[in-house]
Each structure stands twice: as structure tokens, then as C-alpha cells.
Design a binder for this molecule. Structure first.
Ligand SMILES: *Cc1c(COP(=O)(O)O)cnc(C)c1O
Length: 442
């Protein structure tokens, strides 16, 4: 006779709580949009934050050559230490000298910056605690934290003050369960770059409330002329900081999945525990790609400054082009970025009464003009849309042209708004009485 199981007789396999609670806001919003391009017009996607999509931006040969050479080394095929080979961590430490005093011991290599963010959030916060995230802001924080049962609380950025942090709002969000403040500078999606004074203001809030900061600086050095990039950690006197960065954006290689955390802890507030915690968490994936690790010292040392300058200049010119064009689009308010690779554009939804919200605006922009922009709701910021600036110049120009036509076709002009206002007046009680009396007279 065969044995009987004591388990539930129905064979049911459920997804875990982590899996069920892990949601990607951008994916969800886009999946629910009705985004069919106009078949008569070539699709222009200004939505994907991947500078390699159009093939117009490529890493310099020194970077490619470093990986070609790495493939020949047998150490680039084996496992490395979970937090990375010492040579690679040493190279990141030197590359990060602008952040303050950094040694190889302060560096943890990760599988891309998003993995760095995941380690940073999960080493500092427990389920039931919360982390403070900018709004509008990059939504991977929500995806990572909520799966782990960590709450997200938003603090506002001020759209008419170059996306400065609303410091009062930031401080008001802090409670006993707050585990860390996340600062994204330069910002995705805003393209803002914070001044020394403003970073100091943020540090003061953190210091006063005895909170660590997670500084997402994946766009470090990615700033336009007349702006300066200053690393948060370079200014901190006491606030412990985990700075997250990587190769992805600056070296134009998102698919290589190489990122890192740099630990800044001048006053030994993280102590041994957080460092050890990061080591522990790093072992969950047995370390990032050793093929790229082996190439890292050469990549970080040999990439010519001229390459970075050219890429940033290209994006700055794209930003100027898009801004100059889109200020002419009736009903839109583009906000000139200071760095990174995006521009936020306000959609004055009261000027487009046929659309319920900005989601419908981007849907129709797609179905009529085949231009796709990310709706602000993807960043918890309705009434805006984000465009990427890394597309080739001619494509950006064409996209702007189509956006302007679309706005001209759908905007309610000043005259029309006045007309609507008059209708409202006509339907008011006094007016109805007046009209009635007029009819009686005639
Ligand atoms: C792109 C991006 C990341 C993620 O980078 P990966 O290295 O591809 O994981 C993290 N933070 C911000 C703000 C980004 O824009």
C-alpha cells in the first residue's frame, strides 16, 4: 500500500508574498494604456531610458577593448569574492575620489545600480519601516521596497523651483519608522542638479533627525555647462551615506550590469554591522559579472574625458533643441533640465478638456502622431510627461514637430475658453431669468 500525504489534497502552487507584492508601476501603467501608433507614421519612442536604443551613442573603443581583453583572462571566468575583486574595488575607490576619502574596503560591487539600490535599501530597512523617496522620482525604489514589506513615503520636489526638495515636506514625512532618505541627484526624471547649498540643507534635515542617506548618483558628472555636480558624501560631516552608482548611464552600457555602493561613514555610525550586512547581502548572488570586473580598472582609468564631454554636450544640445521647440507647443510647459538625460514637460490639462488626464493625452499623441512619451503617473506625478533626450537629433526634431501639431489640434484656444466661460454665464440662474424676460418682451 502506498503512503498517504498529510498535506492539502489539492495540488496548488502559489506565488510567494514577495513575488505578489513586487510591482513595477511603469510596466503596469504602460500595459494598461491603449498605445497603438498611427500606422501611417513611423513610431518615435521617447519613453525608454536606455541611451543605446537608437545606436547613436556608443562607448569609446577603450571601453570595448577592455572587455575584449578581459575575456582572455581565466580569472574573468570564475567566481570572485561576493563584493567584488579587490582590483576592481580599488579602481572604483579611485574613480570615486570626488565623493570624499574612499578605499577599496568601502566599495561593494553590484549587478547594476538597481542591485546596489536593492542592497542599500534592504541593509537599512526592515519590513514595516519606511524610506523617503522624491516625487517625482525613479520608481524602482517602490518596486524593490514594497516587495520587501518596506513602505515608501514621498517627499515633494518643487516643479517651479528647478525641482528643489520641499524641505519642510521632507522633514514632515519623517517618523519613528523611517530608515533612510533617498536622494537622486542628478535626477531621473527631472534632470535637475542640486547646488552645494541645497545638498547641505538636505544633509541638515538628515543630521537633525539622525537618518542615513541613500544617494543615487548614477548620473554623477552628467551635468550641463554652468552646472556643477557635487557628490552628497563630499559635503557630509556626520550623516552616513550609501552612494549608489555604476557604469550604466555614463559609460552607455546598461546591459553590462555593473554598479556599486560606496560606503561613507565618517563618524562610524553605520559601524561594523551595516558593512557586514552589505557583505552578507552581496553573497545572495555570489557577486556580479567577473568579465566586467576584470575590465573595470581599464574602463575607469582609460576612458578619455573627451568621450564624457561629447556625450554630455550632445545631450545638452538636445535639451536646448527640445526646449526651444516645445515652449512653442500651446498648452505645454517644458522644464529645462540641468543634467541627466530627460526632460519633464507639464501638460496644462485644463487646456485639453477632451482628455481626462495626461494618460489620455499620451495615448492620443501615440495614436495620432506615433510619438510615445512616459506619462507622469509613472513617477507619481500626474499632469506631466517625460521625454528622453538621447535619441538622434533629427528624430527629436521630428518628435517635437509632431508634438506641436498635436497640441495645436487639441488645445482649447483662449477664445474658445472665453466662449466656454460665456456659456457658463448664460446657464447661470440670473442669466436664464434675463433671457426669459427678453423672450417675454419679444
Ligand atoms: C537607470 C537608473 C538606475 C538603474 O541603473 P542600472 O545600473 O541599469 O541598474 C538607477 N537609478 C536611476 C535614477 C536610474 O535612472
Amino acid at each position: 500500500m502506498s503512503r498517504r500525504s498529510r498535506r492539502n489534497p489539492v495540488w496548488e502552487v502559489r506565488a510567494s508574498t514577495l513575488a505578489r507584492n513586487t510591482r513595477n508601476l511603469i510596466r503596469e501603467i504602460i500595459e494598461n494604456l491603449d498605445v497603438q501608433p498611427n500606422p501611417d507614421k513611423q513610431l518615435i519612442a521617447l519613453s525608454v531610458g536606455d541611451p543605446t536604443t537608437f545606436g547613436n551613442l556608443n562607448p569609446p573603443d577603450q571601453v570595448l577593448q577592455a572587455v575584449r581583453e578581459s575575456i582572455e583572462w581565466h580569472t574573468s571566468r570564475g567566481y570572485g569574492p561576493a563584493k567584488g575583486h579587490i582590483e576592481a574595488r580599488q579602481a572604483v575607490a579611485e574613480y570615486s575620489a570626488h565623493q570624499g576619502h574612499v578605499t577599496a574596503e568601502d566599495v561593494v560591487l553590484c549587478s547594476g545600480c538597481s542591485h546596489a539600490i536593492e542592497l542599500a535599501v534592504s541593509v537599512l530597512a526592515d519590513s514595516g519601516q519606511n524610506v523617503l523617496v522624491p516625487r517625482p522620482g525613479f520608481m524602482i525604489y517602490k518596486t524593490l521596497a514594497e516587495g520587501l514589506g518596506i513602505d515608501i513615503k514621498y517627499y515633494n520636489l518643487l516643479s517651479d523651483q528647478q525641482w528643489r526638495v520641499d524641505l519642510d515636506d521632507l522633514e514632515n514625512q519623517i517618523d519613528d519608522d523611517t530608515a533612510a532618505i533617498i536622494v537622486i541627484n542628478p535626477s531621473n526624471p527631472c534632470g535637475s542638479v542640486y547646488s552645494r547649498e541645497h545638498l547641505q540643507d538636505i544633509l541638515e534635515v538628515a543630521s537633525r533627525n539622525r537618518l542615513p542617506i541613500i544617494a543615487d548618483e548614477i548620473y554623477e558628472h552628467f551635468v550641463f555647462s554652468d552646472h556643477e555636480f557635487i557628490s552628497m558624501s563630499a559635503l557630509s560631516k556626520d550623516v552616513p551615506i550609501l552612494t549608489c552608482s555604476g557604469l550604466t548611464k555614463r559609460f552607455l552600457v546598461p546591459g553590462w550590469r555593473m554598479g556599486w555602493i560606496v560606503i561613507h561613514d565618517r563618524n562610524n555610525i553605520f559601524g561594523k554591522e551595516v558593512r557586514k550586512g552589505l557583505n552578507n547581502l552581496a553573497t545572495r548572488i555570489l557577486g556580479p559579472s567577473t568579465l566586467i570586473q576584470r575590465a573595470l580598472p581599464t574602463i575607469l582609468k582609460n576612458t578619455p574625458q573627451s568621450f564624457f564631454d561629447e556625450v554630455v554636450l550632445f545631450i545638452e544640445n538636445q535639451a536646448k533643441l527640445a526646449y526651444k521647440e516645445l515652449v512653442l507647443a500651446p498648452g505645454l510647459r517644458p522644464i529645462m533640465p540641468q543634467g541627466a538625460m530627460y526632460m519633464m514637460i507639464e501638460i496644462k490639462t485644463n487646456k485639453f478638456p477632451e482628455f481626462k488626464n495626461e494618460l489620455q493625452f499620451v495615448e492620443r499623441l501615440m495614436s495620432e502622431q506615433s510619438v510615445f512619451c512616459l506619462p507622469g503617473q509613472c513617477f507619481e506625478f500626474p499632469n506631466y510627461m517625460r521625454i528622453v533626450l538621447t535619441v538622434p537629433e533629427e528624430i527629436l526634431r521630428e518628435a517635437c514637430r509632431r508634438i506641436i501639431i498635436f497640441c495645436q489640434e487639441h488645445v482649447v484656444s483662449r477664445e474658445k475658453i472665453l466662449e466656454i466661460d460665456e456659456n457658463v454665464v448664460v446657464s447661470s440662474e440670473a442669466e436664464i431669468i434675463r433671457k426669459k424676460s427678453l423672450t417675454t418682451v419679444t
